[in-house]
Write a protein that binds this ligand. Structure first.
Ligand code: SF4
Ligand code: SF4
Length: 170
């Protein structure tokens, strides 16, 4: 009987202590991040999927469609597609397909890109039910963020011949 009352009193004290702590913190400023209503600022060294960098002068992609990133990727998850008009010296990037399912975030593509045309994004919110959700066209993503660049590419693409830049090693 004594034990019963001891347990009862102990339990009541424990419950009151817990409620008191909850009540005390209820009035204090929130220090945790209210995800997903608030977003996290990732650190500079964070690595998420790669993305195309923007040339600050022209507003276009920096990519020159050389295919080095594609050749350097050990997981074979990059396909660079460019178009070249009659008489033009340079190709224009039209698609940059990344299969993020097999990307190991090794950074070989970023390291081997001489014009520094790709960087790691700070995306951390990716989710999907199908592997197709992680096969993305980075040029399309770039155009969605930079509509002016999309219009320029569309103009250049008129009557152009598409050329998939594949290396002999791939
Ligand atoms: S290495 Fe850089 S410039 Fe060359 S195709 Fe890849 S992203 Fe474009
Ligand atoms: S980070 Fe590595 S695995 Fe991923 S796309 Fe670049 S080279 Fe390929």
């Amino acid at each position: 009987m004594v034990d019963y009352f001891k347990e009862l009193i102990g339990g009541t004290i424990s419950l009151a202590t817990g409620l008191w702590i909850t009540f005390k913190y209820m009035w204090q400023p929130v220090i945790t991040l209210q995800y997903p209503r608030q977003s996290v600022k990732m650190t500079r060294r964070h690595r998420s999927h790669i993305e195309l960098a923007r040339d600050s002068e022209t507003g276009e992609v920096k990519c020159i469609v050389c295919g080095m990133c594609q050749r350097a990727c050990p997981s074979n998850c990059i396909t660079v597609i460019g178009e070249k008009s009659e008489g033009a010296k340079k190709k224009v990037l039209t698609k940059y397909i990344l299969n993020y399912n097999t990307c190991s975030l090794c950074g070989m593509c970023v390291e081997n890109c001489k014009p520094e045309a790709i960087t790691f994004s700070d995306e951390y919110n990716m989710a999907g039910y199908r592997k197709e959700d992680f096969i993305m066209d980075l040029k399309k993503r770039f155009d969605e963020k930079n509509p002016k660049s999309a219009a320029a590419t569309h103009n250049v693409a008129g009557g152009l011949k598409e050329d998939i830049t594949r290396t002999s090693s791939n």
